[in-house]
Design a protein around this ligand. Structure first.
Ligand SMILES: [Fe+2]
Length: 390
């Protein structure tokens, strides 16, 4: 079966690419943007740089800056209400999302709800999104989610705490500006968490049952860039070469998983994030080594390729030994980047145990575990949750 590839129409990639914002908008015929961002980006100077560029190009703009980490349906509704208030007697014809995955995911959700009405849960996977909304121009300020190039958004339902996966052409940004200079001030924890998120995207895309040759090349490229640069980017925040590699790795990993899929790590990670408010990359990191050890026997050669792409096993090494090196490296990476276990993070054991069946069901319902090389039962997912707790 042919792979159906979705990607932005236009991308500006490289240091200083932010300056291309007005040019990208005019190429796409967009003239009345609502900027979607968060209070940090609104205050740190990045928003001011973007709006100065729009002012110079005589593009009128407004800002919605109330996006929240792990976007909720409530925050989304406020954004859609903001969209309905028009600008200079025009409808907003586009959303310019500036920030981490949360701001970009919020803009995608706003676009979907603005065009289709109703409530976000009506569009969660496997439901289709009938209409595409105003195009999103995505400008990531972290190197991680890859949301700037993916067909996905993840929105938490305020009423049920469920992290819903929403997917489709309507969720893919029309354009992306991938400027690593915007990540030079990212603090260590955010660099580590978002970096491991993108490494997880690349590994899961490559081992997924929906892997394809187009996504494979992107995933391997991303694994090499991220594995060779993540420690340096964390230790030397202003190392431009490491930051550039991490940004490229995150975006290519995003393009890989958007066109293959994620798998069990992401399926299990969303409920931890939703119930215990653990940042997305961090909950992935907690799970990645043990889920890899669980899954690898079902796809030894593909996981061995990951070890080789990351530079921890050489080409001549057998698959079994390469996979052992991969699991070792993922454990070592967590130790080096001081990734806490759920217990060390302060998650209450009794509450965790009580929620295990719900978390396992939500993980399975997301569909991601079905793409895993080894498809787990609910009991096996619960066992894995227990194994990573300590
Ligand atoms: Fe992710």
């Amino acid at each position: 079966m042919a792979a159906l590839i979705i990607a932005p129409r236009l991308m500006a990639v490289g240091g200083g690419a932010l300056a291309d914002l007005p040019g990208l908008m005019s190429r796409l015929g967009l003239a009345h943007p609502l900027i979607v961002t968060d209070p940090y980006i609104a205050g740190c100077g990045i928003l001011d740089r973007a709006t100065a560029l729009l002012d110079d190009a005589h593009i009128p703009w407004e800002v919605f800056k109330d996006t929240v980490p792990d976007p909720t349906t409530d925050a989304l509704d406020a954004g859609v209400a903001r969209m309905r208030a028009r600008i200079d007697n025009h409808d907003f014809d586009s959303l310019v999302a500036i920030g981490g995955g949360s701001s970009i995911d919020t803009a995608k959700g706003m676009s979907v709800l603005f065009a289709n009405g109703g409530r976000m849960r009506e569009y969660k996977v496997p439901n289709e999104i009938p209409l595409a909304g105003p195009p999103v121009v995505a400008i990531p300020t972290t190197a991680g989610t890859g949301s700037e190039v993916t067909r996905f958004t993840v929105i938490t339902d305020t009423e049920t705490d469920e992290k819903m996966l929403i997917a489709g052409l309507a969720c893919c940004p029309a354009a992306a500006i991938v400027d690593y200079e915007l990540t030079l001030t990212m603090p260590l924890r955010l660099t580590a968490d978002t970096g491991i998120d993108s490494l997880t995207h690349a590994i899961e895309a490559y081992v997924s049952r929906r892997a394809n040759p187009f996504a494979d090349g992107l995933a391997k490229n991303a694994m090499g860039l991220i594995a060779r640069n993540i420690r340096t980017a964390c230790a030397e925040p202003d190392n431009r070469a490491a930051r550039e590699a991490m940004m490229l790795g995150a975006t290519t990993a995003g393009m890989a998983f958007s066109n293959a899929s994620v798998a069990l790590v992401h399926g299990m990670s969303r409920p931890i994030g939703a119930f215990f408010h653990v940042p997305h990359g961090l909950s992935n990191a907690m799970l990645l080594p043990e889920v890899t050890a669980f899954s690898a026997p079902a796809s030894l050669d593909r996981y061995a390729d990951c070890a080789r792409a990351m530079g921890v096993a050489d080409e001549s090494e057998g698959s079994q030994s390469a996979v052992a090196r991969l699991v070792d490296e993922l454990r070592r990476l967590n130790a080096d980047l001081q990734v806490p276990s759920p217990r060390e993070y302060g998650i209450d054991r009794a509450r965790y145990d009580e929620l295990l069946p719900v978390m396992a069901n939500q993980a399975l319902a997301s569909g991601s575990p079905a793409n895993n090389p080894r498809v787990p039962s609910a009991e096996e997912i619960i066992e894995l949750y227990c194994r990573v707790y300590e």
